[in-house]
Each structure stands twice: as C-alpha cells, then as structure tokens.
Design a protein around this ligand. Structure first.
Ligand SMILES: Cc1ncc(COP(=O)(O)O)c(C=O)c1O
Length: 458
C-alpha cells in the first residue's frame, strides 16, 4: 500500500508543478487546439492496458496528447461564449474533494459536504444581497438548475403531475433571448417545447413585460395553465437584463413561479455599484448563478437558490428504505431537493475560492472585467468601420464590421486562426455579430487591448 501512496506522492508533486507552470505560461499555448475530429481517438490505443502503467507514462501522454487536444478555457485570451475560468484555490479544493471523495446523499453520508454546501451558499447569497430565506443547493449546471425550478413551478401548480405525469396544458414563459436550456428543460419534464412561449424582446434585447402579460392572457383564454416565467439577467447573446421588477409583478398577479436565470451575470450582484442592475431578483422564487462561469470556480458548480425549498422537496423527495435515517431538524438531506442521489463535494472548491479572494478580491476582479469591456466598447465605437449591436452593461461586447455577414464570419475565423484568441459569435436581428467576453482570472487589460489591435489589423 505504501508504495502505491508513495507513487502518488511523487507524481502528485509533479502534477502540482505542472499545473503551476501551466497557469504561469498559459498565454504561450494556443487557446484552441490545432486538431481534427477523431485525431485524439486515433492517437490512443483502441483498448485499455492489460497491466497497469506508471504515472510517468500516463503523464507523458497527458502532456503529449491530451493538452494539445484541449481547448483552453483557462487561457487568458479565451473570450468566447462566457468564460468559465478556474483559479488556484478552486483547483486545490477540487483536488481535496477528490481525496475525500464524499457522497452527500443524506446528512449522515457526508456531514461536511452537506453543511459546507449550506455555509458557502449562504455566504454567496449574502454577498449577492439576496434575501435570507433563500435556501441554496448546488447542481452541476444551470440547465439542470433551471429544470429543477420548472419542476418546482409545476409541483406548485399541479401536484398531481408528480404521480400521474405532466398535463398537456402547462405553460412556461421566457424571452426570445433566453437560453435554450429553458426549452430543453420543458422538453425533459414532459411540459413540451410547444408549451414554452418565447416572449419578444425590446430593442435592447430585454423581455417586453407587455408582451408577456398578453401571452399569459391569451393562454388563460385558451384554457391553459401558466406556471412559470423565466427572467434572464445576463442573456447569453448580449448580457441584456430582463426587467425583473415588472416581470415579478405579472408573475405574482397570476400566482406563477418566477425563476431568474443569472447563470453568468449573477456573479456581478456582489459588486455594489452593479447590484441595481438586478433590481427585483429578490422577488424570485428561484435563481441560478454558475460559480463556474464568473466566480473563478472549476467546472462545475451551479448555485441554485429558492425561497420555497419545501416545494422543491415535495417535487423530489422519494426516499427508498435503505436510505431512511433518523429525523433531525438540522440534518438536511440534499438528495431530497433534486434528481441526483449521489453528489460530489462541490462546495469545497467554492469555499476555498470565497475565502482565498474574499468579497473584496472578487469585486475587484469583476470590476476590472467590466471596466475593460467598457474600454473595448469605446474603442469599437471610435472606429467608423465597426458598429456595436447591443448595450454592454457587463463584460461582453457585441460588435460587427459594417459589412456583410460573410465578411464578419471571415474576420472571426481569421482571428481564431491566429491561435491567440478565441472569440465567438451570435445572431442579432438576423445579422452575424462577433462577441468578445471577458471573465478569465488571468486576462489583463493588455490582453483586451491586444484583441482589438489584432481585430483591427486583420
Ligand atoms: C443565461 C444562461 N443560462 C444557462 C446557461 C447554461 O449553462 P450550463 O452550461 O451551466 O447548463 C447558459 C450558458 O452559457 C447561459 O448563458
């Protein structure tokens, strides 16, 4: 046994050194791998080894084959989609979580993980200025978190669904800018994609409350049952922010569940001067924010908050005999609040992150990202060859060359082909738009300026 552990000790030190070197020099790696589909599969043996191999051999192949095949989300010039950056405390928390390998099915199977989940989410909730009654639970992704929100909405509106399956007349509302996960969640829950109303947005890509109210009225007249409205704060294309106050009024009037999808932008709630952008989110029945997006926490950690945990619990509590435990008011059983039974110790890395940076450290980083995005937006505005397509309230800038979609696609392709930056695109009002998203912990103001220099020169 001790040789087995010593082997780990040696390789473990080497791995930590490799990680530190990698983090120090990530900028020298291409952000996107130069690899064709299937190339890694072809480079690896068709079947696994009969006899165990040394860490040396495995790590050598990791460096030679795996790293060059990886898109580097930890790269400071990864500016596509929403950056999903890690940080050193998150990496250490992840390693230690793997060492403990707890499984927080119910309290007794892992008191540490169960209770740290509540503590770390309570800290985050306070920093985000959310009401005390918000109960937090961690899921893997925002897609899955939102699915639980919609399931809770259904539970509230139609408890029969739990036993008999979904009715065909339940309706969910979200803006046309909402993430596709909302429709997918409705598909998964048996509500059906056709029963998701995509409400038109205004000129700044925010849900129009008048159109929401009209759609609900129309469904009521047709005898359908509106159950849930999803407001997005920080939409995927432009980071537009739906008017949550007005949407909350409508949801409350109709007794509907209000879910706020703050997967990306929720992190910015901790920045005092940005918090007013999110007015109304405290009225939500549930809210999701991905710590793995803009809170420097390793994939994956989606923080889900609800003021109605009892509804979520009713929707999902089903305890087989072998998992029955003595009741204790302080012993939370996380398996009762969602589909997953087993759950890994995700909160450990979040706790490391929150402690290592502190509230002020996180605020400072987010503030810088927003400031650099504003600077980038100003540079775009100052160049008559380009136009900006949407307001940039946070750390994403949507812009395009004044030209055809093909020219914009070609520009984006050429930027990406340099291997220096990874930017992505969206389509707004039928036009191809380039997006630059800032959010990586290692990104500097110089990286952002260089991105603009490169785009202009191309
Ligand atoms: C607003 C919004 N909601 C949900 C998601 C889905 O996130 P996840 O990958 O955690 O499911 C995204 C992804 O970028 C998003 O931008």
């Amino acid at each position: 046994m001790s040789e087995y552990v010593n082997d780990f000790r040696r390789a473990g030190h080497e791995v930590v050194d490799w990680i530190a070197d990698f983090l120090e020099n990530t900028r020298d790696y291409p952000v996107l791998p130069k690899i064709k589909p299937g190339e890694l599969i072809d480079a690896l043996p068709r079947s696994g080894p009969e006899k165990g191999e040394s860490f040396e051999a495995i790590l050598a192949d990791f460096r030679k084959l795996i790293v060059p095949a990886a898109t580097l989300w930890n790269h400071p010039r990864f500016m596509a989609y929403f950056p999903s950056t890690s940080s050193t405390p998150a990496i250490l928390g992840e390693m230690l979580a793997a060492a403990l390998n707890t499984n927080a099915i119910h309290w007794k199977t892992s008191p540490a993980s169960t209770e740290l989940e509540q503590v770390s989410l309570s800290w985050l909730r306070q920093w985000m200025n959310l009401p005390d009654e918000f109960f937090g639970v961690i899921f893997d992704t925002a897609s899955v978190s939102s699915m639980h929100a919609i399931a809770a909405a259904r539970e509230l509106a139609d408890p029969e669904a739990r036993e008999n399956g979904a009715r065909r007349d339940l309706v969910v509302y979200a803006a046309d800018q909402a993430h596709s996960s909302i429709a997918k969640d409705a598909m998964a829950l048996g509500i059906g994609r056709r029963n998701v109303r995509l409400i038109p947005s205004d000129a700044e890509f925010r849900m129009r409350p008048d159109a929401l109210a009209a759609a609900i009225e129309q469904d009521l007249v047709a005898g359908r049952k509106p159950i849930c409205v999803v407001a997005t704060v920080g939409t995927t294309s432009t980071t537009s922010i739906d008017p949550v106050e007005a949407i909350a009024e409508i949801a409350e009037r109709h007794g509907m569940w209000l879910h706020v999808d703050a997967a990306y932008a929720g992190a910015a709630c901790i920045v005092p001067e940005l918090r007013p952008l999110f007015a109304g989110i405290e009225r939500a029945d549930s809210l999701v924010v991905n710590a793995h997006k803009w809170l420097f926490t390793t994939m994956d950690l989606s923080a889900f908050f609800t003021r109605r945990p009892e509804v979520l619990r009713r929707a999902f509590s089903l305890v087989p005999e072998y998992l029955r435990t003595a009741k204790d008011p302080r012993a939370v059983n996380l398996m009762d609040y969602g589909v997953p039974l087993g759950r890994r110790f995700r909160s450990l890395k979040l706790w490391f992150v929150l402690r290592y940076f502190g509230r002020e450290g996180l605020i400072e980083m987010l503030r810088s990202h927003v400031r650099w995005a504003q600077e980038f937006a100003a540079m775009v505005d100052a160049d008559p060859r380009f136009e900006r397509i949407a307001p940039a309230p946070l750390s994403v800038v949507c812009f395009r060359l004044k030209g055809s979609d093909q020219e914009n696609q070609a520009l984006l392709d050429r930027v990406t082909a340099t291997g220096k930056f990874f930017l992505s695109h969206t389509v707004l009002n039928g036009r191809f738009v380039i997006r630059l998203a800032i959010g990586n912990i290692a990104t500097t103001r110089e990286d952002v300026a260089y991105a603009w220099e490169l785009i202009r020169s191309i």
